[in-house]
Design a protein around this ligand. Structure first.
Ligand code: XBP
Ligand code: MG
Length: 240
């Protein structure tokens, strides 16, 4: 069914609002490894494989296990490394090292002017998500923000999207998700939302079965007047 208007749009963060994984999170993880005296350094390709695990702490846990660290030490070690990595990422955000994806700010402005409500559903940690959203998009742009800290299970579990729906007070049928990855798409679909994928270098070529549309970038998303969401912002429903 071709929809033409939505009461709200929920944006994913990493890879969607910001292209943050290769030159953001990956570098922060590597700096945390170096600070702990560990020889590990995740190159671009290896990190791309590791992104199949949602959640930085979970990613570290699986990696440390794969490297043969004593199982009884892994959870605490992963938590300590992740806390250091998160502090480093927060510093990178403050220094302006993470930028919005081209075209996403313009889409958000289109939607806001059209009265579409905005929200965020991310696996990332609130400690860096909050300052990033405030610095790059403005503290009031997303009245509803659900992070990996706010739900019992991370994507592809639908918990983050279900919590956004509850906080918006809207049915899934009235809300569109915008994601970058197969993991995120599955989470949105499992929560009953339609989902547009704006792929990036790490996710291009993944299985996006079920997506309402797949775009290589936001410029094509905004200019699309023929696809299933037909230039989303043009047909957005006025605020309820
Ligand atoms: C992507 C993730 C996050 C980041 C790392 O989140 O899986 O875990 O890779 O951030 P999104 P943390 O849902 O925004 O695509 O280390 O804070 O988990
Ligand atoms: Mg993502």
């Amino acid at each position: 069914m071709s929809r033409e208007d939505w009461a709200a749009v929920v944006f994913d963060v990493d890879g969607t609002l910001v292209d943050s994984e290769r030159d953001g999170h990956r570098l922060a993880f590597n700096a945390a490894f170096a600070s702990a005296g560990l020889p590990y350094r995740w190159d671009v390709a290896e990190y791309g494989d590791l992104l199949g695990v949602a959640g930085g702490r979970e990613r570290l846990t699986g990696y440390l296990e794969s490297k043969g660290h004593p199982p009884e030490q892994v959870a605490q070690f992963a938590a300590a490394l992740h806390a250091d990595k998160t502090r480093r990422l927060r510093w990178m955000v403050a220094q302006g090292a993470i930028s919005p994806r081209p075209g996403v700010r313009e889409l958000i402005l289109d939607l806001a002017l059209a009265g579409v409500r905005l929200a965020v559903a991310t696996t990332g940690s609130r400690e860096w998500v909050a300052p990033l959203l405030g610095k790059l998009f403005g503290a009031t742009t997303f009245p509803v923000v659900v992070t990996g800290d706010d739900v019992p299970a991370k994507k592809p579990d639908p918990a983050a999207y279900l919590k956004v729906l509850t906080e918006l007070g809207l049915p899934a049928a009235d809300v569109l998700a915008v994601e970058d990855s197969a993991v995120g798409l599955r989470a949105a679909l499992a929560a009953g939302l339609d989902c547009v994928v704006v792929a990036n270098d790490y996710t291009r070529g993944q299985d996006f079965t079920g997506a309402l549309a797949v775009y290589p970038g936001f410029a094509r998303f905004r200019s699309d007047r023929s696809g299933p969401v037909r230039g989303l912002s043009v047909f957005a429903r006025s605020a309820r």
